[in-house]
Design a protein around this ligand. Structure first.
Ligand SMILES: Cc1ncc(COP(=O)(O)O)c(C=O)c1O
Length: 393
């Protein structure tokens, strides 16, 4: 008998599978479920972008590209970042095309973190930061953002988490799952702390295009921050391109060069056909972003007003496409609330602790779904809430 337990790395065995996936697996086996769990646009990739992918295939562009990505794509990413966010990255030495923002995050953490380094993770957050830090033998140090601060990171919270071992801060605004954003004046205070303690920031700005009302400010655009940041960007969310697996990292050339070594050994290059489609997204995708953002904005307002109408406390998200309502008043844990809602009303949401322990008392709902779908989910949730309240009387 082979003992796989002994064969498989302890580090990997100790990592928990994603709490979002756990709910997907239950859903697979149930019928008639309305799901608000998936963090991806319901829109199909815009036709003109798909057509460039098809054209690339028809022209036989089925070979590897250079490791760091097609030069034309890197140039277009540089133009796009300048046009949309006033950023200045050199396409020949500071931009690396990756397999989704996910790979960019992995490369960034593995390149910067040495055993024992502390990595500040701001929770509730997207699920990969902690496990990737642990795989790199770093130590995650968690800061929990608070509802009363609109889930923003405060300079005091950051100061309080820093020790002489702190190396990297992973910051994600707009935030998945809270929908929080950081404005220029918020970021300036964070930049001061980063400068004072000589830190590096991984700024995951994958939802940069999805802000409602206030335009996104990139952390790396602040004076002196480009030199101490790795910017993580992607195509999945803004261009509805999750399945193409396209993203990028922008970093000082000394860091980008080292990240590219891992990238070349791990994946060689991003999918070639996807790179051609991505060029089109960068060049001619602004109107698509606008169209989808307007749709999300309407859904955002609708879902928040329905939740508040049911007496559920809900922070009005300023970015991304999630709401993170506070369900603590029902006296159920997040997991109980989500399981009962699923089994009693066939509505799927993700329990808050999937995004960090302090997510207890919250659930995440994605509003990247069709309006009718969200309406039906809210009708069922309303019934569920009424029944809970009735039982409590
Ligand atoms: C905050 C955040 N960063 C990164 C990603 C990774 O996206 P992708 O690998 O599709 O670019 C996601 C996906 O949900 C996310 O929510």
């Amino acid at each position: 008998m082979i003992s796989y337990d002994k064969l498989i790395s302890r580090k990997v065995q100790d990592i928990q599978p994603s709490g979002i996936r756990k709910f997907f697996d239950i859903l697979d086996e149930m019928r008639g479920v309305i799901s608000l769990t998936v963090g991806q646009p319901d829109f199909v990739t815009p036709l003109h972008i798909r057509q460039k992918g098809i054209q690339a295939l028809e022209e036989g562009r089925t070979y590897y590209t250079s490791n760091i990505g097609l030069v034309e794509l890197r140039e277009e990413i540089a133009h796009y970042l300048e046009r949309r966010f006033q950023l200045n990255y050199d396409p020949y030495s500071e931009i690396l095309v990756t397999v989704g923002g996910s790979e960019a995050l992995d490369l960034c953490i593995r390149t910067l973190v040495e055993p024992g380094d502390e990595v500040i993770v701001i929770e509730p957050s997207f699920v990969c930061y902690r496990p990737l830090t642990i795989l790199a033998e770093g130590k995650p140090v968690v800061i929990t953002t608070k509802e009363e601060n609109q889930f923003k990171l405060t300079p005091e919270e950051l100061e309080g988490a820093i020790t002489e071992k702190t190396k990297l801060v992973i910051m994600t605004f707009p935030s998945n799952p809270t929908g929080a954003i950081m404005e220029r004046h918020d970021l300036e205070k964070i930049a001061e702390v980063v400068r004072k303690h000589d830190l590096i920031v991984a700024s995951d700005e994958i939802y940069a295009e999805l802000t409602y009302g206030k335009r996104h400010v990139s952390f790396t655009s602040l004076p002196g921050m480009k030199e101490r940041s790795v910017l993580i960007g992607g195509f999945s969310k803004a261009f509805a391109m999750t399945g193409w697996r396209m993203g990028y990292a922008c970093a000082p050339s000394a860091i980008a060069e080292q990240m590219n070594k891992i990238h070349q050994y791990a994946v060689m290059c991003s999918p070639t056909v996807s790179q051609y489609a991505a060029i089109e997204a960068m060049k001619n995708g602004d109107a698509d972003i606008e169209y989808m953002r307007n749709a999300y904005d309407m859904r955002r307002q609708y879902i928040v007003s329905r939740l508040r109408g049911m007496g559920i406390d809900c922070f009005m998200p300023q970015g991304a496409f999630y709401v993170f309502p506070n369900i603590s008043r029902f006296g159920l844990s997040s997991e109980e609330f989500a399981s009962r809602l699923l089994f009693e009303k066939k509505v799927a949401v993700v329990p808050g602790p999937a995004f960090g322990e302090q997510g207890e008392g919250f659930v995440r709902m994605s509003y990247a779904y069709a309006y009718d779908h969200i309406m039906e989910a809210m009708n069922r949730l309303e019934e569920f809430v009424k029944e809970l309240e009735h039982k409590a009387d």
